[in-house]
Design a protein around this ligand. Structure first.
Ligand code: PNW
Length: 475
C-alpha cells in the first residue's frame, strides 16, 4: 500500500483501544456461581465448532486480567472494550446480582482506570444464559425484559466508574446467525424466529438504554455496536440494485430503523411478509427501541457484493457467514452473494478499507449528532512465532494502517469519530471457527497461554502514543 505524503494525524483525545468479549477470552466457566450460557451449550454440542473447540479455559483472562491490563498499558493504549458475562452476574437470567460476578468486573475496571485506560462495557456479546434460551430465547418478548433488568444491575454497579456503555454487540449475528442460519448459538434455523429475535433485540436494547439512564450519571455515554454492512451491487442493473436494497434492509435497517428512527423500513416489512406478519410488534415497542443514544458503535470487516438471481436458489454461500444450508437472510433466498475481488484475510474476508469510510459517512448522515466509534475492526492471519519467539505480522500492520487512514479521512470529511477499537487484543475463541483463527494484536500460545505482542501490537501502540500512523515498517 502506498504511503501518504502527509502524516495521518488523529485528534488528541482520540480513543485507541482493543476489543474482546467475555466468552471468547475469560474461561473459568464454572467459577463464582456462573452457569452455562448458550455458547457453553453450543460449543459442547458435537459438530458445532471447528475441532469441538469451546471456551472452558479460553485464554484464561478471568485469572490473568492483571497481566492483560499491564500489557495494554505497556503498549500505550488508552481504551479497552470488553463484555460482561450475563451468566456470571445473573446465572439464571433473573433475580438479584451475584456479587462475586460483579466483583470480577469491578476489579478489572479499577485496574484499567489505575493504568489510565478508559473501559467500555458491552452488556451483551452473544452469551445468553441458557435458562433464558430454554424459556424461548430472543424470539420471546420476556428475554427483552430480562435484558433490561440485567443492564440495570450492571449499570448500577459500574456506572460510577465506566463512562462508555454498549448495550448489544452485533444484534444481526445474534438474530440471524443464532436463529436463522444456525452457525452461532443457539443454532436454531427458523426464519420467522430470527425476525422475532431481531425485534426483541431492538426492544431489549431500548429498554436497557432507559434502564441504564435511570441509574447512571448523565455524563456517561450509551451506544450500541452494529455490524452494519456495506452492501454493493454486482452491476448497475435495476434488479441488482433492488437486491442491494433488500439486503441493506435485512442487515442494517432492521436494527437502525427502530433504534434510530423508531420504525422498521416499510420495504423490509413487505419483503418479509411471506415469513412473518410481524404481529409480535406491540404498541409502544418502537418508541421504546428508539430511546435516545449518545453514540453509535460500528464494527467493520468487509463489504458484501450481491446480485439478483430471480427464480434461482443460491448455491454454496459466499457471504462469509459460515457454512449452513440455511440462510441468515429471511425472505431473500434468491439474492446471490459474490466474493469481492482483492486480497483476503485468513477468514476469506476481502480487504476493502474504503468500505470503512463509506460506512462511517453513511452513519454520519443516518445518525446526525451521535458520536461514532469504530468498536471493531481487524484481521485474522496465520501468525506463528519465529525461532526467537517473535511474531511478525506485516499483513495485519498493513490492514490496520489502511483502515485507520480511512477513519482519519472520514474525520477530515466531517464525521465525528471519537475512537477505534482493534479486534482483538489477543488471539481467542473465534466462535464456530474455534481457536484456528487468530485476530489478536497479542499472540497466545494455547499450550502455555503465554502472551507475546505481535509486531502489529507494537505498531498500534506507537500510533496510540503519538496520535499519528507510523510507516508500515516501523514496528
Ligand atoms: C464479530 N459474519 O463477529 C464479533 O463481534 C467478534 O466477537 C468476532 O470475534 C469478530 O467479529 C471476528 O469474527 C462476526 O459472519 C462474526 O459476518 C461473523 C460475522 C461478522 C462478525
Amino acid at each position: 500500500m502506498p504511503e501518504p505524503l502527509t502524516p495521518v494525524t488523529f485528534p488528541t483525545d482520540f480513543l485507541w483501544g482493543c476489543a474482546t468479549s467475555a466468552y471468547q477470552i475469560e474461561g473459568a466457566v464454572r467459577e463464582g456461581g456462573r452457569t452455562p450460557s448458550i455458547w457453553d451449550t453450543f460449543s459442547h454440542t458435537p459438530g458445532r465448532t471447528a475441532g469441538g473447540d469451546h471456551g472452558d479455559i479460553a485464554v484464561d483472562h478471568y485469572h490473568r486480567y492483571r497481566e492483560d491490563v499491564a500489557l495494554m498499558a505497556d503498549l500505550g493504549l488508552n481504551a479497552y472494550r470488553f463484555s460482561v458475562s450475563w451468566s456470571r452476574v445473573q446465572p439464571t437470567g433473573r433475580g438479584p446480582a451475584v456479587q462475586v460476578g460483579l466483583d470480577f468486573y469491578r476489579r478489572l475496571v479499577d485496574d484499567l482506570l489505575e493504568h489510565g485506560i478508559q473501559p467500555a462495557v458491552t452488556l451483551y456479546h452473544w452469551d445468553l444464559p441458557q435458562e433464558l434460551e430454554d424459556a424461548g430465547g430472543w424470539p420471546e418478548r420476556e428475554t427483552a425484559l430480562r435484558f433490561a433488568e440485567y443492564a440495570q444491575l450492571v449499570g448500577d454497579a459500574l456506572g460510577d466508574r465506566v463512562q462508555h456503555w454498549i448495550t448489544l454487540n452485533e444484534p444481526w449475528c445474534s438474530a440471524f446467525l443464532g436463529y436463522g442460519s444456525g452457525v452461532h448459538a443457539p443454532g436454531r434455523t427458523d426464519p420467522a424466529a430470527s425476525l422475532r429475535a431481531a425485534h426483541h433485540l431492538n426492544l431489549g436494547h431500548g429498554l436497557a438504554v432507559s434502564a441504564l439512564r435511570s441509574v447512571m450519571p448523565a455524563r456517561n455515554q450509551i451506544a450500541v455496536s452494529l455490524n452494519s454492512s456495506v452492501v454493493r451491487p454486482l452491476s448497475q442493473d435495476p434488479a441488482d440494485l433492488a437486491a442491494v436494497r433488500r439486503i441493506d434492509d435485512l442487515a442494517n435497517g432492521v436494527f437502525h430503523g427502530p433504534m434510530l428512527h423508531g420504525a422498521y423500513p416499510a420495504s423490509l416489512l413487505a419483503d418479509t411478509a411471506s415469513v412473518t406478519d410481524w404481529s409480535f410488534v406491540r404498541d409502544g415497542d418502537l418508541a421504546a427501541a428508539k430511546a435516545p443514544l449518545d453514540a453509535l458503535g460500528l464494527n467493520y470487516y468487509t463489504p458484501a457484493l450481491v446480485s439478483a438471481a430471480p427464480g434461482k436458489v443460491a448455491g454454496p454461500r459466499a457471504d462469509g457467514h459460515g457454512a449452513s444450508e440455511h440462510s441468515p437472510w429471511p425472505g431473500a433466498d434468491d439474492v446471490l452473494f459474490h466474493q469481492t475481488p482483492g486480497e483476503r484475510t485468513e477468514m476469506g474476508w476481502t480487504i476493502d478499507p474504503s468500505g470503512l469510510h463509506e460506512l462511517i459517512m453513511r452513519y454520519s448522515r443516518e445518525a446526525p449528532g451521535l458520536r461514532l466509534y469504530i468498536t471493531e475492526n481487524g484481521a485474522a492471519y496465520d501468525d506463528k512465532p519465529d525461532a526467537e519467539g517473535r511474531v511478525h505480522d506485516p499483513e495485519r500492520i498493513a490492514y490496520l494502517r489502511a483502515h485507520l487512514a480511512e477513519v482519519e479521512r472520514a474525520i477530515a470529511d466531517g464525521a465525528d469519530v471519537r475512537g477505534y477499537y482493534l479486534w482483538s487484543l489477543m488471539d481467542n475463541f473465534e466462535w464456530a471457527y474455534g481457536y484456528g483463527k487468530r485476530f489478536g494484536a497479542v499472540y497466545v500460545d494455547y499450550a502455555t497461554l503465554e502472551r507475546t505482542p505481535k509486531s502489529s501490537a507494537h505498531w498500534y501502540g506507537r500510533a496510540a502514543r503519538t496520535g499519528e500512523l507510523p510507516p508500515v515498517d516501523a514496528a
